[in-house]
Write a protein that binds this ligand. Structure first.
Ligand code: ATP
Ligand code: MG
Ligand code: FE
Length: 346
């Protein structure tokens, strides 16, 4: 099926077009530069930027894909979770296009889209799919018997998301926003064994599949403050590398454990943090040791984009899932278990 997907949950206006598992267009307009001076995404600024970018980005995607809007089999859109005002822009645009074109509308979950996007890279996901979802707002281990209807959390972060920890530690180190890519770059010149930072929830009695990153973030901040008080130069690259190692060590250890415990022989990693180069290499190493096949999309498909929404929409169409009704709401706190949103009145 030929599906157009619209993503506006945060600061990226993304419009992707796919035919089944084939990516035809992935147009993105980002307002990240407008937020940088505030040190984080400002919701009002994001909403207005989406409004300005929405129609041109849809037009660019159609042009890039070389398809006519009338040929589409459906229009998919992120219905949540995300920033309420930002989501509303995408949902409204999707309704308008779908209604005007007489096409079915599919309101889908942003988090399930972060998983489904891998089909564009590596073909059909195995069932059940084991996924480690690590992004700016979420960190979970998910088992999905059916990516269009059935996504089950095995465990999640009990405090900060992994991406949030990257962003906060980057701020402490004065590396700017967003912090993930900056730490990734700095860490390449650092020693990951320089400082032994704590690994959250890895004790014998701790929940096996849950994560905690706020203690780590505090430990890094204390360590850096200590150096500054002593008047000693902070070894930024070593701190970045050691912090990053603590995060990806825990993520990969628990993900491999989840695969083994559940008899699953593959692992999908998705979400913005999956773009991290050390997470990708350590996961590859540990999966290979455990006989697990690793699936991670290319970095550009890990961070927010429209193609991931189109990928899940196409899967919905292919499996004959029902479309959403015209009263589809945007739900800023849509739970990961609700893969699609049928409409307001269902
Ligand atoms: P969610 O998907 O939970 O709603 P989001 O959509 O804001 O959150 P994503 O775009 O999926 O987030 O991911 C953004 C996060 O990924 C940010 O916290 C960013 O710092 C992090 N990130 C991006 N690239 C990297 C990288 N190379 N290394 C580590 N973290 C990264
Ligand atoms: Mg972003
Ligand atoms: Fe995201």
């Amino acid at each position: 099926p030929l599906v157009l997907g619209i993503e506006t949950s945060c600061d990226e206006t993304g419009v992707g077009i796919v035919r089944g598992h084939t990516l035809l267009a992935d147009a993105i307009a980002s307002s990240v530069d407008e937020h940088a001076r505030f040190g984080g995404v400002v919701p009002e600024v994001a909403s207005r930027a989406h409004l300005e970018a929405m129609v041109p980005t849809i037009q660019r995607a159609l042009k890039d894909a070389g398809v006519a809007a009338s040929d589409l089999d459906g229009i998919a859109v992120t219905a949540g979770p995300g920033l309420a005002g930002a989501l509303l822009v995408g949902v409204s645009a999707a309704k308008a296009y779908a209604y005007a074109l007489g096409k079915p509308l599919y309101g889908v979950n942003h988090l399930a889209s972060h998983i489904c996007v891998d089909q564009l890279e590596h073909g059909a996901l195995p069932e059940p799919t084991m996924a480690l979802l690590v992004s700016g707002g979420h960190s979970s281990l998910l088992l999905a018997p059916d990516i269009t209807t059935d996504v089950r959390p095995l465990g999640s972060t009990i405090d900060d998301a992994a991406g949030e920890a990257f962003d906060k530690v980057a701020r402490v180190l004065g590396l700017g926003f967003p912090g993930g890519p900056a730490i990734d770059r700095q860490a390449r010149d650092g020693d990951p064994g320089a400082i032994r930072f704590p690994r959250g929830l890895t004790g014998g009695r701790d929940p096996i599949y849950d994560f905690s990153f706020s203690g780590l973030k505090t430990a890094v901040a204390r360590w850096v403050e200590g150096k500054r008080r002593e008047g000693v130069a902070v070894p930024v690259a070593d701190v970045a590398a050691s912090f990053q190692e603590a995060v990806v060590d825990v993520l990969t250890r628990k993900a491999v454990r989840a695969c083994k415990d559940n008899g699953v022989d593959h692992l999908m990693i998705g979400g913005g943090v999956a773009a991290n180069s050390r997470l990708r290499s350590l996961a590859q190493e540990r999966c290979a040791d455990a006989g697990i096949v690793l699936r991670v999309p290319r970095p550009g498909l890990c961070t927010d984009n429209g193609a991931m929404v189109a990928a899940l929409g196409a899967e919905m169409v292919a499996r004959g899932r029902p479309a959403s009704t015209w009263d589809l709401p945007a739900d800023s706190s849509l739970p990961v278990t609700e893969v699609s949103v049928p409409g307001h009145t269902h």
